[in-house]
Design a protein around this ligand. Structure first.
Ligand SMILES: N[C@@H](CCC(=O)N[C@@H](CS)C(=O)NCC(=O)O)C(=O)O
Length: 209
């Protein structure tokens, strides 16, 4: 078995999907969590200047979506055919469409403007996206986002939905089907086991809870 090392911050954010996949697969790995103070000195060693990065027998791959898909394929959570894999990638990329809105909220320093941008991002970004997620669940009809078994799309959506619930509390609770989805994933026995034992940390540098 290869030697895996996942390097990220002590956050759930863009690292937690990979950590859950490792736990689901029962595959050992080094779960390296960098402190912000050490980060400045390490950035130039990374492929893109960001984390997470995965090392597999010393070879590095970066970009969380590439990491998630690679691990999912290795461990049997990457879809049963290329069509399902393409559908999975749709969900891995879904939040990226509102990335610029989220970034503007993150960098705004003026509290009043930040509050205004936050409302706008919730109304024009998050809520329309959540409506589409509910439709996708309805269309697939079996509690999973893609196909008829647990895939990395579900794990990623679980991590993202619970994460955004920290950043923008009260949005998720308006979407009954997504709340039920989160509960179902949390109740998957191996996911539940990981949630109970995992190191507790915030989702993001923006987390409010
Ligand atoms: N597209 C990249 C984005 C990575 C990213 O933005 N990582 C953040 C943490 S979530 C980071 O490294 N921040 C440190 C910094 O900006 O200095 C991915 O999905 O992996």
């Amino acid at each position: 078995m290869p030697h895996y090392k996942l390097t990220y911050f002590n956050l759930y954010g863009r690292g937690e999907t990979a950590r859950i996949l490792f736990h689901l697969a029962g595959v050992p790995y080094d779960d390296v969590r960098i402190e912000m103070e050490e980060w400045a000195g390490k950035r130039s060693d990374t492929r893109w200047g960001f984390l997470p990065e995965l090392e597999v027998d010393g070879k590095k791959v970066a970009q969380s979506k590439a990491i998630n898909l690679y691990l999912a394929k290795q461990f049997g959570f990457g879809g049963k055919d290329e069509w399902e894999t393409a559908r999975i990638v749709e969900f891995l990329l879904a939040f990226d469409d509102i990335g610029p809105m989220l970034y503007n909220v993150y960098v705004e320093q003026d509290p009043a403007k930040k509050a205004e941008l936050t409302e706008l991002t919730i109304d024009r970004g998050l809520k329309p996206l959540y409506n589409r997620f509910e439709k996708s669940l309805e269309e697939n009809g079996n509690g999973y986002f893609v196909g008829n078994q647990l895939t990395v799309a579900d794990i990623y959506m679980y991590v993202a939905l619970t994460g955004f619930d920290e950043i923008a509390p009260s949005v998720l609770s308006e979407f009954e089907k997504l709340v039920a989805f989160v509960k179902r994933i949390e109740d998957e026995p191996k996911v539940k086991e990981w949630i109970e034992k995992r190191p507790k940390c915030p989702f993001s540098f923006m987390s409010k809870k």
